[in-house]
Ligand binder design. Structure first.
Ligand code: GLN
Length: 562
């Protein structure tokens, strides 16, 4: 079959949940057995998301090949259960960078280089390449931003041309809009959607289908009105109303026959999708057997988007353990001076990745509480580094040990810049990024968690995004003081036995620090082993606490109460 393309645009407002709509459609197509890939177009001029603030823009997602992408790429990976790559996130910056480089090389000799056709050709090429690279049968292309934005015009023109070139049966346009509800007149208002479709038509695209985002299910009458005014068929207006869990969205759309609609429009065979994983997940999320409370000690508190993959990995791990994971955000800065005993009342403490000195001492103290009071601890990247700093100071007696990221003059730089980083001048795309092997030591917690296949020779892969590492010069002292190094990157010259990838504490119910970010690879269908084990340990602790009627959870200094 010819490769087919589904284009998703957005109207009325941004942050509509277009990424979830796109991903849910992807999930429905995957559940029909198709090879699917997804592309996110970000019309901003940054080359990638790596240099943007997670606080405003959400997390920076990292792919196997080390691209720093928009968080939607992570949502696609999780919903489609595929590994994506650099080429799946296209930005204006990348497109212009290529076009300008080509112009300098003389690729357009004698021509005037223009948005149409040179920029649009480059965009089309990138879309085609991303599908080609993985042999996709269906390619989802989500255009970020809102129609009417100046920045998105070249992209809309490019996707318009793709139908012109590839034909109707190989292209489909879906437009996602917000349907506002007016309390005073108690009705959904369709006018913004009409205007948004008119704007889209103005650049030559008539959508084939509309997906309405709304708070509650939209009445049939409003749907019919939208069909009439936007010139789409009545059965091509779909409604993604707010769901209690995003994993319920694929089935919600399937029940409205969006799958059948896509099959019809793209001349695909009629297939019944297998949606069991989604249904099972939603069932557990709605009625779990138990619950655990996890303290997430971070800098961006109550900012789920800044830690989206982490939140999802915890959710996957909760589902795998039939438990609800209640996240309590704890502001690391508030822990510095405070009485930390309330931290012991959690079933688990997690210190996520991060950059910069803000809140560091609070995170170090959180790791100390977890170690001393046997609270399950998972340290991700920075979370591992603070655990090492804590252990160095308080167990190995290396006074004022620190990372040179936070104290360049520390007498004991137990965490230090990786040698490769010394020559780095640019900030963009220069960290240690992407998938790297981790050699797992026998007889460790890490090995029990990953249970690597014999053929792998105890090597597993996780994704990375960091500049600092455990200083090889201190590994012997830390080990002598009792710290277990359970994972290393094999074969890195001049790094002692190899770069430290994982640390743990023997005899502790669950104390694990990882230099990598296993949350990026976690899927509903394949929960990340460290997260799964962490929540399992938390469930055990919650059960034990219930039995001996231990202390009630008290508020922690810095905790953001729901
Ligand atoms: N700031 C630390 C480093 O660069 C940790 C990074 C992270 O947590 N992703 O090494």
């Amino acid at each position: 079959m010819d490769r087919k393309y589904i284009f998703i645009t957005g109207g009325v407002v941004s942050s509509l949940g277009k990424g979830i709509a796109t991903s849910s459609i992807g999930a429905l197509l995957r559940a029909r057995g198709y090879a699917v890939t997804a592309i996110k177009i970000d019309p901003y001029i940054n080359v990638d998301a790596g240099t943007m603030r997670p606080y405003e823009h959400g997390e920076v997602f990292v792919t196997d090949d080390g691209a720093e992408t928009d968080l939607d790429i992570g949502t696609y990976e999780r919903f489609l259960d595929v590994d994506l790559a650099r080429g799946n996130n296209i930005t204006t910056g990348q497109v212009y960078q290529t076009v300008i480089e080509k112009e300098r090389q003389g690729a357009y000799l004698s021509q005037t280089v223009q948005v149409i056709p040179h920029v649009t050709d480059e965009i089309k090429q990138r879309i085609v390449d991303a599908g080609e690279r993985v042999g996709a049968e269906l390619v989802l292309v989500e255009v970020g931003g809102t129609v009417g934005d100046i920045e998105s015009l070249p992209f809309l023109e490019a996707i318009r041309q793709i139908r012109f070139e590839m034909g109707r049966e190989n292209t489909l346009y879906l437009h996602v809009t917000l349907l506002p509800y007016l309390g005073t007149s108690e009705e959904y208002k369709t006018k913004p959607t009409q205007h948004s479709v008119a704007t889209l038509r103005g650049v030559g695209i008539q959508p084939d289908g509309i997906i309405l985002r709304s708070k509650t299910p939209v009445p049939e009458e409003a749907r019919r009105k939208i069909a009439l005014f936007t010139n789409v068929e009545a059965d091509a207006v779909f409604n993604a109303f707010d769901a209690d869990f995003v994993y319920a969205v694929p089935e919600m759309l399937e029940q409205q026959n969006i799958g059948r609609f896509i099959e019809r429009m793209l001349s695909l065979e009629r297939v019944t999708p297998e949606l069991r994983v989604w249904q099972d997940a939603v069932r557990v999320l709605r009625q779990p057997a138990s619950e655990v409370s996890i303290a997430v000690v971070g800098k961006y508190v109550a900012m789920p988007d800044a830690y989206l993959s982490l939140m999802e990995a915890l959710k996957h791990a909760g589902i795998a353990n039939d438990a609800r994971v209640n996240i309590e955000w704890v502001n690391a800065e508030a822990l510095v001076e405070a009485d930390l005993s309330p931290l012991r009342t959690f079933d688990g403490i997690l210190v996520p990745g991060g950059f910069g000195v803000r809140g560091i001492e609070g995170k170090v103290r959180a790791a100390q509480v977890a170690r001393e009071h046997r609270v399950p601890y998972l340290g991700i990247c920075l979370g591992m580094q603070v655990a090492v700093i804590e252990y160095a100071r308080n167990v190995a007696r290396l006074e004022a040990a620190n990372s040179t990221e936070f104290d360049p003059y520390t007498p004991h730089p137990v965490i230090d810049l990786m040698p490769e980083q010394l020559e780095v001048a640019d900030m963009g795309g220069t960290m240690r990024l992407g998938s790297w092997p981790m050699q797992v030591s026998d007889g460790t917690l890490l090995q029990r968690l990953y249970d690597p296949a014999p053929a792998s020779q105890n090597v597993v892969y996780e994704r990375h995004r960091h500049r600092y590492e455990v200083n090889p010069g201190y590994v012997a002292q830390l080990k002598d003081a009792g710290l277990t190094v359970s994972g290393i990157t094999p074969g890195m010259a001049g790094r002692g036995e190899g770069l430290v990838e994982a640390i743990e504490i023997e005899g502790h119910p669950f104390f694990l620090g990882l230099q990598s970010h296993p949350e990026f690879r976690s899927r509903l269908m394949r929960p990340s082993p460290p997260f799964k084990g962490f929540i399992q340990a938390a469930v055990a602790r919650a059960g034990a606490r219930r039995n001996d009627a231990g202390p009630e959870r008290a508020a922690v200094p810095g905790e953001v109460l729901p």
